[in-house]
Design a protein around this ligand. Structure first.
Ligand code: GLN
Length: 782
């Protein structure tokens, strides 16, 4: 490993990349293979990074192009990531070519397009002429927006040069920053540290644009440039579909949707909307053994929940008749044959790159067998229909893949009509084509299948949509693969498909995630072709819901583990009505009333019989605050009772606790959730189950809530002060209230590092020791 590290250092990779590469075994193998292939020991950082990027993007199908790409990089023909992406894109769409035509390839990779400093200068100058308000808004202009816009004018220019030039010219126009400018910047962002951070982020973002983050317009432009359809086919599409952009979301109804699907839904719908086009929901229902109505209904419901209305809902299975006819056409053309090999025999031949003995059966005979397959004449697996492509092809998906097979299983949407079913690859492209889809977007695992997709449409002379793959979503501390989710559900490791700890859309919804927060998350992570290995931290998702609920969720109080407290210095029948804002940030939502009485409940977690200097909660002799009603002195504490004395308002306690009057408290249950996996990336473990967090669910059965909540309905959301945001569970009925904690008020790590007591930062030592998942100290001042 040390040797690997030195080698990666010598090509100028940064330490984090090196660390991650060594961890991800495949990543390391790939870059070392590249270096070995071209015999490079040491090189410029820029070349090293490009070689690295290239190696990470080589799929199996492109492995034979490694040398070509490496040569272009080392020779300085490919000098940035945008060019590299162009080159890769070309190779991906031309895997069938043995020899790559240099001229076409160079064009695709932008070889020879040198953007001179002169050009950059002129373009920036032209661009700034269009910004007439710059002199008025001065340095408060939107840096990231500006960068993005110039960048789109000169896509092959080097990012850094471009931003440098932009900064220089702006300074030349505005002159150096005046005191006024500095003030304006300060009022824009309050904390200088935050401002700095933001600027850094923007800078980073601008640099990352070099990574060829595809935005929607680039995607469409590329489509137009590479369009391959004949005029006739384009006309056919134009006449039948009035939308220039038509996308689809094509789930197979064999499971529940998760956050990764939300990414795809969000992308497909937004892409179409952007161009005033529409999106279909298509059930990719070719496998009746795994599909059922329950999943179909659930997918529809999830789309509704997320706020998307498909222009049409279609079923691949509605095209079974057409697919049958297309298969007949292929047979007639001599491009498909019936194959009687067993599964084992055929996979052996396929891995040995040998042809099937049935490959040369004549079309007439194949037609007859295929007709008999449809009539139910053969048994399951006795025979299948295969496309006749190339048994020796380096891309295994092109080695005479099966396209129709026999299954005597009724279909959830077609009933008993069919006993032969088309397979995914054959079905998907034809359905896309029939539906006039312009952009067929899917995750990168499907990349190897793209050539096959194009092959069918070419042979059948059908309109060809543009296929574009994006990287799959990975989120930390959880798993998203269908197989792993199935395992968790069927082994009762979680409580069903809607367990609030998993990221199925039903789970998220039950946890209390709103559609807005999920869509916001999808916007935030954006859609790129960058490697499938990227993991988005769970905290990103959590911060989306926190922000959303901060402005939506009414504030109230609850107690997880009650203990009675008595205020000694007030009368037996004392009661004081306090009026407080429902959502402090949103005064329009009005006020709520709470009652302070002689007897109240506190949370046991905030109470100790013995004091400790690090502790600021309830302990004998302490001064504490109660939310909304000021300071109290703790007179005594026993295991089940606290005595307090109310103090005058001029005393300033360190922290404020949540409480409930015994007159206003009513029973409820609170479920506190934590990450389902302790491991950041459970997929990396030999056995991902070992990464499970044993304390991911804690149920507080004796909790209390304010009685105002007795009218709550499932899916109502509240903030229990200091405890977090909670969602009323679907199981709440017959007077039983179950609250699921959606998220704590502060990020896990931050809770550990600092705590703010009513707006004031306190040192770490002031923070009480917290048990895992114990109620956390509150972050924000209300
Ligand atoms: N091309 C694709 O987007 C693949 C869709 C496929 N039905 C799936 O659910 O994974």
């Amino acid at each position: 490993m040390e040797e690997a590290q030195t080698r990666l250092q010598k090509i100028g990779l940064d330490e984090t990349t090196i660390k991650n590469t060594i961890k991800g075994k495949n990543a390391l193998k790939s870059i070392l293979q590249t270096l070995d292939l071209i015999g490079v020991q040491e090189c410029d950082k820029k070349i090293g990074n490009l070689l690295y990027e290239m190696s990470q993007n080589l799929t199996e199908a492109l492995d034979n192009r490694r040398a070509l790409l490496a040569k272009y990089i080392v020779e300085g023909k490919i000098t940035n990531k945008l060019q590299l992406e162009g080159a890769l894109e070309y190779l991906r769409t031309h895997t069938h070519l043995e020899q790559i035509p240099a001229e076409d390839f160079d064009k695709a990779a932008g070889v020879g397009i040198v953007v001179t400093p002169e050009q950059i200068k002129n373009t920036v100058a032209e661009f700034l002429k269009t910004k007439q308000d710059l002199k008025t808004i001065r340095y408060t202009y939107n840096f990231s927006e500006y960068t993005k816009q110039v960048r789109s004018l000169l896509p092959f220019a080097e990012g850094k040069l471009l931003t440098q030039e932009l900064n220089q010219q702006i300074e030349a126009i505005l002159g150096p920053k005046t005191e006024e400018d500095l003030k304006a910047a300060k009022t824009q962002v309050k904390k200088p540290q935050q401002q700095q951070q933001q600027q850094q982020q923007v800078q980073q973002q601008a640099e990352e644009e070099d990574d060829c983050k595809f935005d929607i317009s680039k995607l469409v432009a590329r489509d137009l440039a590479t369009t391959v359809n004949s005029e006739q086919l384009l006309n056919w599409r134009k006449q039948n579909f009035p939308y220039e952009v038509l996308t689809r979301f094509p789930p197979e109804p064999n499971g529940y949707l998760h956050i990764g699907h939300a990414k795809s839904i969000n992308f497909n719908f937004r892409l179409a909307q952007h161009y005033k086009g529409v999106t279909y929901l298509r059930f990719d229902d070719t496998n009746p053994e795994k599909e059922c109505q329950e999943f179909i209904d659930n997918i529809k419901e999830n789309l509704r929940f997320l706020g998307y209305t498909p222009f049409k809902t279609t079923h691949a299975s509605d095209n079974f008749g057409k697919l049958y006819d297309y298969a007949v056409q292929l047979i007639q053309k001599g491009k498909a044959y019936c194959c009687f090999l067993t599964k084992e025999e055929s996979s052996k031949l396929r891995s040995d790159l040998k042809p099937s003995p049935y490959r040369d059966t004549q079309p007439a005979e194949n037609l007859e067998i295929f007709r008999k397959m449809k009539m139910g004449y053969y048994k399951e697996n006795e025979v299948c229909l295969r496309a006749k492509i190339d048994p020796t092809h380096p891309n295994p998906t092109l080695r005479d893949p099966a396209i129709f097979r026999i299954r005597f299983t009724p279909h959830p949407h077609q009933g008993e009509k069919w006993c032969i079913y088309p397979l995914y690859d054959f079905t998907h492209c034809i359905c896309d084509s029939i539906e006039g889809i312009t952009h067929s977007c899917c995750t990168l695992e499907f990349e190897v299948r793209r050539d096959l997709y194009y092959w069918f449409l070419k042979e059948l002379d059908l309109y060809r949509p543009f296929v574009w793959e994006f990287s799959r979503l990975n989120v930390s501390n959880t798993v998203l693969s269908k197989r792993k989710l199935h395992h968790l559900v069927f082994n009762n490791i979680v409580d069903g498909w809607d367990d609030p700890r998993i990221l199925t859309l039903n789970g998220l919804r039950r946890r209390g995630y709103t559609a807005d927060s999920i869509n916001k998350f999808c916007d935030l992570i954006s859609v790129t072709r960058k490697g499938n290995e990227n993991i988005i931290g769970m905290h990103v998702l959590e911060s989306c819901i926190r922000k959303d609920l901060d402005i939506k969720a009414p504030r109230t109080m609850a107690i997880l583990e009650p203990i009675v407290a008595i205020i000694d210095n007030v009368a037996e029948d004392f009661s004081e009505e306090l009026e407080v804002a429902i959502i402090p940030r949103n005064p329009q939502k009005g006020n709520r009333k709470i009652l302070l009485t002689k007897q109240i409940y506190l949370d046991k977690n905030d109470v100790r019989t013995e004091d400790h200097p690090d502790f600021w909660g309830v302990a004998p002799g302490k001064i504490i605050g109660l939310k909304q009603c000021g300071p109290f002195k703790v007179l005594s504490v026993t295991a089940n009772e606290v005595h307090l004395e109310r103090l005058g308002k001029d005393v300033k306690p360190k922290g404020f606790l949540h409480w409930l009057s015994v007159k206003e408290a009513t029973p409820c249950v609170a479920r506190l959730y934590d990450y389902l996996f302790e491991a950041y990336d459970p997929n990396e473990l030999d056995d991902y189950i070992k990464g499970i967090n044993p304390n991911s669910k804690i149920v507080c059965s004796n909790a209390l809530m304010h009685k105002d909540l007795l009218n709550s309905k499932p899916e109502d959301k509240v903030q229990f002060e200091r405890l977090g945001y909670f969602n009323l569970d679907f199981d709440s009925k017959d007077g039983k209230f179950i609250w699921n904690r959606t998220v704590t008020l502060q990020e896990k790590d931050k809770i550990k590092a600092i705590a703010q007591v009513d707006g004031k930062q306190v040192q770490k030592k002031d923070v009480p020791q917290q048990k895992k998942d114990a109620p956390k100290k509150e972050a924000k001042k209300e």
